[in-house]
Design a protein around this ligand. Structure first.
Ligand code: UDP
Length: 245
């Protein structure tokens, strides 16, 4: 496709992406930056070209999900840092899916990192996106009480999430990667349809190598014992595996 898309207006900037409007009121441009942040933004750095890698990784994953019938905001990649996406109103919730226990759940509940969930017990968590409150863990009732979503929408989203998890677990396993956990976000288009939005990348997932259990994600940056080059090489390794097969 060579129909040129131009940015109309800068709309907003998040920790890792910028959003621009386009001539089409129903479409936006997502620009992937090189910033990497953790601990609620307390630790931040620039990892040169990380934005290029995450744009490509998210593109491959969203294309695959689209091909599996999941409704997403992704339309197409425009260039190495940008995607054309459907304009949505973001639901201010982060949905975390856990297949293997790690990170905050491991600490909060004192569960050994690496414990596998049972097949029919995939763990879904909701975090309220609110920087002032450090994105607290909430439940369905809190989310409805806060007025950001209805029970019916939660029901729909839970089904979509389980479907996405089944698709992605298999997809990554074929690349010799365990999909340990991941965070996804949803938005609503102008017809009020719920679309998977935002990104899916090593910034938002935990990936462990199936053979060595080596971490292949942002945890390397969180833990901070390896160099920036190693973090970038690891993101590149994920991209390489997604491009195979
Ligand atoms: N996650 C994310 N953004 C956040 C918080 C978490 O993408 O603001 C992802 C994180 O990369 C991991 C999953 O959600 O894949 C679960 O994260 P967890 O709750 O264990 O929190 P963390 O250990 O990142 O504090």
């Amino acid at each position: 496709m060579n129909n040129k898309i131009t940015k109309k207006k800068f709309l907003l900037e998040g920790k890792t992406k910028k959003i621009y409007s386009t001539e089409n009121p129903y479409e936006i441009i997502l620009h992937y930056k090189d910033n990497i942040t953790t601990f609620d933004g307390l630790k931040k750095e620039l990892l040169q070209d990380k934005g290029i890698l995450n744009n490509e990784i998210t593109t491959l994953i969203f294309k695959f999900l689209n091909s599996c019938g999941i409704k997403t905001h992704f339309i197409r990649k425009i260039n190495n840092r940008e995607q054309l996406c459907v304009k949505v109103d973001m639901i201010p919730l982060e949905f975390v899916v856990r297949n293997i226990i790690s990170g905050s759940m491991s600490k909060r509940l004192g569960v050994k990192e690496g414990t596998h969930t049972k097949n029919n017990n995939t763990i879904l968590e909701i975090f309220y996106k609110n920087d002032a409150l450090n994105d607290p863990l909430i439940n369905d009732h809190h989310a409805v009480f806060l007025g950001v979503i209805s029970y019916e929408e939660l029901n729909t989203i839970n089904k979509i999430i389980l479907n996405i998890n089944n698709i992605l677990k298999k997809y990554f396993l074929e690349k010799n990667i365990f999909l340990v956990d991941f965070k996804i976000e949803f938005g609503k288009n102008e017809k009020n349809q719920i679309l998977l939005s935002d990104e899916i990348s090593p910034d938002t997932c935990r990936f462990w190598d199936k053979k060595t259990m080596k971490k292949l994600d942002k945890d390397l940056f969180r833990i901070g014992v390896v160099s920036e080059e190693v973090v970038l090489d690891t993101y590149m390794e994920v991209l390489k595996r997604l491009n195979v097969g």
